[in-house]
Design a protein around this ligand. Structure first.
Ligand code: HEM
Ligand code: HEM
Length: 129
């Protein structure tokens, strides 16, 4: 396992999502208002869980962190996830007009996931040499 700046960045961002998501979960439990359940679920799953996996896979295979495609993947995910979940929270609280923002941001996250898959599929062999 090779420590690297991208992997450390993913770990740091992931724990922030974890803290925010669990705080929201506790607030939901305490208030008995579960309106934001999908936001809580995806903060945990697209934030904490997915980003920790990005961090661990980046440590195991630093080759996937190099170059413009990896940088694009990093930023698409880090912009897409908070915009998507922020807009989703507004949508669930009644602001229907934010729906196109959720759609656009979720496509950004989808492209990030596609890029990540591409990086893994094309670079693992080189990383293990
Ligand atoms: C102290 C920590 C946590 C609290 C208090 C909490 C609380 C909650 C609450 C109140 C709900 C709504 C349940 C419902 O409406 O049926 C929920 C749903 C959910 N939570 Fe958490 N949660 C916590 C941690 C986590 C973590 C760490 C994860 C994932 C890594 C997670 C993933 C989910 C998912 C996926 C759902 C949606 C489940 C479904 O659709 O049935 N939660 N949580
Ligand atoms: C751009 C990425 C994603 C989009 C647009 C998306 C969209 C959705 C939608 C529309 C639902 C139904 C919500 C509802 O019925 O209220 C859902 C539920 C769920 N998704 Fe995702 N999802 C994404 C990524 C993921 C990922 C990466 C995971 C797991 C690692 C995940 C796990 C779940 C779970 C556990 C539920 C059920 C919990 C809930 O009802 O909130 N999703 N997702």
């Amino acid at each position: 396992m090779t420590d690297n700046a991208r992997s450390r960045a993913w770990f740091r961002i992931a724990v922030v999502y974890f803290a925010v998501a669990v705080t929201l979960g506790i607030m939901m439990g305490g208030s008995h208002d579960h309106t934001l359940t999908p936001v809580h679920a995806h903060l945990n799953l697209l934030g904490w869980v997915t980003m920790t996996l990005f961090a661990l896979i980046s440590m195991a295979h630093p080759a996937i962190t190099k170059g413009p495609l990896a940088t694009a993947q990093f930023w698409l995910h880090n912009i897409g996830v908070p915009v998507m979940l922020g807009a989703l929270a507004l949508r669930l609280k009644g602001y229907a007009e934010v729906e196109p923002v959720i759609g656009l941001a979720s496509v950004a996250v989808g492209v990030s996931v596609g890029l990540f898959a591409w990086l893994v599929l094309t670079r693992l062999r080189a990383a293990s040499r």
